[in-house]
Ligand binder design. Sequence first.
Ligand SMILES: [Zn+2]
Length: 485
Amino acid sequence: MGSSHKYETVIGLEVHVELKTKTKIFCSCPTEFGGEENTHVCPVCLGLPGVLPVLNKRVLEFAVRAGLALNCEVAGFSKFDRKNYFYPDLPKAYQVSQYDLPICKGGRLEIEAEGKKKTIGITRIHMEEDAGKLLHSGTTIASSDYSLADYNRTGVPLIEIVSEPDMRSSQEARAYLEKLKIILEYIDVSDVKMEQGSLRCDANISLRPIGVEEFGTRAEIKNMNSFKALQKAVEYEVERQAEILNEGGSIVQETRSWDEEKGVTVSMRSKEEAHDYRYFPEPDLVPIVVEPAWVEELRNSLPELPDERKGRLVNVLDLSEYDAGIITGSRALAEYFDRVVACYEEPKTAANWLNGEFLRLLNAQGLEVTESKIDPEDFAALLRYIADGKISGKIAKEVFAQMFAEGEKPGEIIKRKGLMQISDEGALSAVVEKIVAGNPKSVEDYKAGKEKAIGFLVGQVMKETKGQANPGLVNKLLQERLDSL
Ligand SMILES: [Zn+2]
């Protein structure tokens, strides 16, 4: 039992999302990930004297789309500010961000954790530019003989989504980040790849005695590169703070880093306050005025979002919450499912195959849905072969694996391999006759009242026909033959 149980955990998340625009936020350099160091740069993103930034309209559009999808209010008037600090990955020694007038405010997100639904408030969304990357000769900047700076990422557009301190457990924090990721994927504004840094999360964590309203002193945790890391880091930090409080100590307001290998958070620096950054309005950019008509246009262009989509699958197509949850957990999978059921009228069967064989094969090979070789129409065709009794479920799995491997059509595989189910009474009667003649002991057992013996005989007929016999018909024919003896 942990020592944290007399405290309530309070968590707020700050999520940085790299937007997938083609060019940077204030210049026309490409945003592409990777590339030779310092090749995606120009005087604007390097902050050379005499240049002027110009806002990429797509960045504003993506930020507004994210705000609408997260139920925010979009500001008709907002502006950029300079956030001043020195670090070698920031060539201008200030980051262009938004301070007191962000583009979006006051949203919310529905999550489900440990079987409970909950609404998490979204404080704000603001636009900003990313910094560059440092490559240290050692493990940290302080312990290195030298560090190299790569400015390809400098000026890549980001939105920062700040939540209210509404989460109360590591599970809720994880559920929030997962839900946020899915929504951003649905609205197509980011690659949301945590491992490539296009989705980055910081957590503000504090404890307060149960029943007390006032927040405790918080620590900010950085450097969590996966959902699992977020969950583990929160759990560690809660225990660490509880121990200090239990011993009568007090929490230091600071920024800490999650050390994945050791499974601990370590102190990085004392936490900055906003006034440390000496924010002031960015004089080189005009304020942003957003027309309500344009916002409405963007609102109308939003796709069906995960919760709506899940609701449709449950209420209209009669899927279980569980199946609908898996399918709508990825936009690509949800769209694939829609294409299958457009050609096949039994959504439940389609969902079973999609969440069963299809995901199993994708996971086994580490593939994305979009990399699958099976055309959704062929997927549907296979299901129809089963429904029409032309192939058995067992044979269908074999055909499916072949479709998955080669992208071949199910009809071609069935024909080429001669897998069509045998439903011809005459042909099957002959096999039944052969099996009955060859297994006198089982026949005797059956006649003596051991009804289970028929199962063995059915198995023998299936074996003889390499699994192609129609099992229902085999049963019927065997029963008739045995009863006639
Ligand atoms: Zn540039």
